[in-house]
Design a protein around this ligand. Structure first.
Ligand code: SAM
Length: 326
């Protein structure tokens, strides 16, 4: 029996494809390695199945936030169609993207009902960016951010995953860029999953170290956190009096498991409740069936998995974010 005295809060991250045109060193297994094979045995879930899942969750839980992600979500053909299906359901709808194609897509996606974007931006330097992403063009990402701003896909959040020896010398530059452009920059700790497992000790930079660096150039005043929020956010001010918001997400040194109500659905319909664990439950057959029985089963699985959420154990998965949906 499903118990739902008060409707539990849930936020969803939906991967719409495993495909990505970039190959971020810590996210996607190296080409040719055994782990590099796409895990999608079949086509990604059709939009109707995704919208059905969202509607089901919404009817049973308190769902306010939905992030579309991937892989690179802008590579999924006709993404605006999915956004239209989801905006009918009155959600805070965000997209996490590398923004390589955002210049072209920002306006149609905004018109379809997308509210805001999170953009991965590990460097402003063309050579560093190309190296970390295996061939990405930072100019395209910056043009995408500009276009998102022009069409009011706001607030724009920029995610910088910090890796020692690769981009840690650019922490301050990216923070200044955020203040100049009015985007909130969040510095992410590397997680030891997927290809980041191998050289984790070499690359890892703690949030505490990043914070120390930032305080040399910015005054940082903590902003009160909302329940379940993963980022610690600060009102930042630089030496010229320019203001903005900087944040830190520290899944490794400061796990935010308490109050975590995130659920992930992979592009093939696997339900994942914790990034640290390798567990996944295949919902695809139930999503396809769409009858009263399958609806009850999905609700029961989700309720059970939410109830079982607890402080995570050690990171224990070779599954990469490109396959999970970050
Ligand atoms: N392609 C989109 C993008 O680049 O934003 C969405 C998917 S990507 C997997 C989402 C986020 O996952 C990126 O911001 C990336 O930095 C983060 N990510 C991937 N692997 C990670 C790891 N091992 N540790 C921390 N963050 C990771």
């Amino acid at each position: 029996m499903i118990t739902s005295q008060a409707r539990p809060t849930v936020s969803l991250r939906l991967s719409v494809t495993e495909q990505c045109q970039l190959g971020c060193l810590y996210c996607r297994p190296a080409p040719g390695s055994s782990a590099s094979k796409c895990t999608c045995a079949s086509e990604p879930l059709p939009f109707d199945d995704i919208a059905y899942f969202v509607g089901l969750i919404q009817s049973h839980f308190s769902l306010t936030k939905v992030h579309l992600t991937g892989g690179e979500p802008l590579l999924r053909p006709n993404l605006a169609q999915l956004i239209r299906l989801l905006t009918d359901q009155k959600l805070d709808l965000a997209l996490t993207t590398n923004a390589q194609c955002l210049k072209k897509h920002a306006s149609p996606l905004k018109q379809a009902g997308l509210k805001r974007v999170n953009v991965s931006l590990d460097s402003l330097n063309p050579a560093t960016f190309a190296n970390m992403t295996r061939g990405g063009d930072v100019k395209r990402t910056l043009a995408g951010i500009q276009q998102a701003s022009d069409v009011q896909l706001q607030p724009i959040k920029l995610n910088m995953t910090v890796l020692r020896g690769l981009n840690d010398h650019e922490i301050e530059d990216v923070a200044h860029y955020g203040l100049r452009t009015g985007c909130e920059v969040r510095f992410l700790e590397l997680m030891p999953i997927g290809p980041a497992q191998d050289r984790f000790d070499q690359f890892f930079v703690s949030a505490a170290e990043v914070h120390k660096r930032l305080t040399r150039e910015f005054s940082l005043n903590p902003i009160e956190a909302k329940p379940g929020q993963s980022a610690r956010r600060y009102l930042a001010r630089d030496s010229q009096g320019r203001k903005g918001v900087l944040g830190q997400i520290a899944p490794y040194t400061r796990p935010f498991c308490q109050g975590c109500r995130r659920l992930r659905l992979t592009s093939t319909g696997q339900l994942i409740t914790c990034l640290a664990s390798g567990n996944a439950i295949d919902l695809s057959q139930w999503l396809r069936q769409r009858n009263l029985r399958s609806e009850r089963i999905i609700k029961e699985i989700v309720t059970r998995e939410l109830d079982a959420k607890c402080m995570r154990g050690p990171f224990d998965t070779s599954r990469s974010m490109v396959a999970v949906g970050g």
